[in-house]
Design a protein around this ligand. Structure first.
Ligand SMILES: Cc1cc2nc3c(=O)[nH]c(=O)nc-3n(C[C@H](O)[C@H](O)[C@H](O)COP(=O)(O)OP(=O)(O)OC[C@H]3O[C@@H](n4cnc5c(N)ncnc54)[C@H](O)[C@@H]3O)c2cc1C
Ligand SMILES: *[C@@H]1O[C@H](CO)[C@@H](O)[C@H](O)[C@H]1NC(C)=O
Ligand SMILES: *[C@@H]1O[C@H](CO)[C@@H](O)[C@H](O)[C@H]1NC(C)=O
Length: 408
């Protein structure tokens, strides 16, 4: 009974907003739901800092469903808002709307499976597809996308609306630089295909467009032969300038010389020093902070994180290649930690941390996060003012810091 009343109320609210151009039967025709479970889940995100309930939710099974809804919104006399939602991993309510409909792009029954085109080295995926599922489909063909995010339980449409950056971006560019073509539902409810050649303005507006220029229903993503294994290395620095110099050097390398992934993070709390290796790195020799000479450095340490992909057939030379590359870097000599794992396990590494945090009830908590691009000329000031200054040793959350090539 309570549920039924709620449904009626929500439908009334929607009718008021859209200016009575939509009858309840029309809501059904558009496939909208006001099921409290759907409405609740569309009203929150990973940030858990803002909560806004939509009037209704659409779970589309195809691009046509999305187009039909947006067209109805465009043509209705008073209008209502439409917001695409992928996996809801935004921080500040970017996928929410209180004056219209959330289109829940990710989830069962949407869109269809990824289609891999081995000869052309690309994959066509539904906009709501999660990257982890894109990866699994491509691996069946021995292929994989080139540019990633650290975490794979994010939707293709969600990351392509931002940029999609991780340790591969210095080489391949962000994920938005690795897209051949998109199908987009525009603000008028038209389904259009776009690329650098076809409707280029739409293509460039939608990529990194924060969901404001259309809804991505299909993306054609560039692939490469999938590496089999990954050598993953972490080394420590107490000297910020030596750290950034090495990071910048690493992203300037080409060809065989280069690593495949370059990231890094800051350790501001000495208490965390034996936490940072995560379960992937065996605790062979627990690091003693005093032996790293960081005490005269406000306790701040910097970890450089690099990987080299390889194929089992070249496993014999990987040790020498890495040895040669590490020789050129100026980290604290006693602080080298390496591990070796299948490519999938490396890409999906954050999920392992997620499961651990979930088991402690520490995943579904508020996440005030901030991402910044800092120009090279200001990174030293940033280190002094923020890492060594404001943060002191009071911060326990992860702080990533890694370099980007602007031309990518
Ligand atoms: C644990 C974790 C790790 C992360 N790591 C990284 C990282 O390494 N690199 C990185 O770049 N980002 C990272 N992110 C951020 C993440 O890429 C963005 O928050 C991304 O938008 C989340 O995708 P989503 O599918 O959950 O999107 P949602 O939160 O559902 O939506 C995000 C935005 O995209 C829009 N949108 C969603 N789907 C579509 C669509 N099909 N068409 C058009 N617009 C759409 C929404 O309206 C909204 O504005 C991380 C986030 C988390 C929670
Ligand atoms: C820190 O590293 C930089 C660059 O490598 C170097 O010039 C400087 O002397 C180092 N500082 C200390 C205190 O070792
Ligand atoms: C770090 O915290 C300890 C107390 O927990 C304090 O004694 C020390 O001075 C702090 N160091 C810095 C650099 O803030």
């Amino acid at each position: 009974m309570a549920t039924k009343l709620l449904l009626t109320f929500a439908i009334c609210r929607l009718i008021v907003t859209v200016g009575l151009t939509l009858e309840p039967t029309e809501l059904l025709r558009l496939g909208l739901t006001v099921d409290p479970v759907d409405v609740e889940s569309a009203s929150v995100d990973f940030g858990l800092m803002t909560k806004v309930e939509p009037l209704a939710v659409l779970r589309p099974s195809s691009a046509k469903d999305v187009a039909q809804l947006v067209k109805a919104a465009y043509e209705s006399s008073h209008g209502f808002t439409v917001s695409a939602r992928g996996h809801g991993h935004s921080i500040n309510g970017q996928a929410q709307t209180g004056t219209g409909v959330v289109v829940q792009m990710s989830g069962v029954g949407s869109g269809g499976k990824p289609r891999v085109w081995g000869g052309d080295m690309y994959v066509d995926v539904w906009g709501g597809e999660l990257w982890i599922d894109v990866l699994k489909s491509c691996l069946e063909y021995g292929l994989a996308p080139k540019s990633w995010t650290d975490y794979l339980y994010l939707s293709v449409g969600g990351t392509l609306s931002n940029a999609g950056i991780s340790g591969q971006a210095f080489h391949h560019g962000p994920q938005i630089s690795n897209v051949h073509e998109l199908d987009v539902v525009t603000g008028k409810g038209e389904l259009m295909t776009c690329s650098k050649e076809q409707n280029p303005e739409l293509f460039h507006a939608v990529l990194g467009g924060l969901g404001q220029f259309g809804i991505i229903t299909r993306a054609r993503i560039s692939l490469e032969p999938a590496p089999q294994r990954v050598r993953w290395i972490r080394v420590l620095y107490s000297n910020f300038s030596a750290f950034t110099k090495d990071q910048e050097y690493l992203i300037s390398l080409h060809g065989n010389q280069k690593f495949d992934y370059v990231e890094g993070f800051v350790i501001v709390d000495e208490g965390l020093i034996n936490n940072w290796r995560s379960s992937f790195f065996s605790p062979r020799n627990p690091v003693k902070i005093s032996s790293l000479g960081s005490n005269n450095n406000g306790g701040v340490l910097y970890c450089l994180e690099i990987t080299k992909n390889y194929h089992e057939s070249t496993a014999e030379t990987i040790d020498q290649e890495i040895e040669a590359l590490l020789k050129k870097l100026n980290f604290i000599p006693t602080s080298v930690f390496t591990t070796d794992l299948p490519y999938v396990d490396f890409l999906d590494r954050v999920h392992k941390a997620e499961l651990k945090l979930r088991s402690k009830g520490m995943w579904e908590v508020p996440h005030p996060w901030l991402n910044l691009f800092v120009p090279k000329s200001k990174v030293a000031d940033f280190d002094r003012g923020v890492f060594k200054g404001i943060l002191g040793n009071k911060t326990s959350g992860p702080i990533l810091i890694y370099p980007m090539n602007k031309n990518k």
